[in-house]
Design a protein around this ligand. Sequence first.
Ligand code: SF4
Length: 181
Amino acid sequence: MKVLLHTCCGPCASACAPALRSAGHETAAFFSNSNIAPEAEFAKRLDALRTLARADGFEVFADPPRHGDWLEKVARGFEDAPEKGARCERCWRYNLGRAAEFAAENGFDAFTTSLTVSPHKPSARIFEAGEEAAAKAGVRFLREDFKKKDGFKRSLERSRELGLYRQSWCGCEFSRRERPL
Ligand code: SF4
């Protein structure tokens, strides 16, 4: 199958892209993360993904960041919600909605997301957001739980080997406030 991998960052994708290939899928990454602020951080994470893509030989599609739109549609009124709370649910829906639309418009059979690699991200709730986005766009969502089979550990090892930048906070300005550098 031709599978679009919604990619939150290079380190997480380093465990997912090989897993999809091992399962026999053709894959490309879709970097759509309007949640990330500031824009320099968005660029840094995209660069890390491009480094991985060169090493692993897959294509990267970058969705231009729309942080203002994200603030308005996702964060407004939820600025103080804790991580994994209501703001995050809305954030996953926003980004996976973009991925579903891109997959449907560009001839992919299905899409999935690297978000499930992280131990900080509850896979069951990510799946719900993915299924919802898929139904709206008319494309299939693959329920890949990439944290299984030591996915997170492998992502750490590969990031170290390839010298990939690994951020220490989730992405938006509100997560940075919760976990200051
Ligand atoms: S903490 Fe992470 S998942 Fe939650 S809203 Fe911010 S960027 Fe999105």
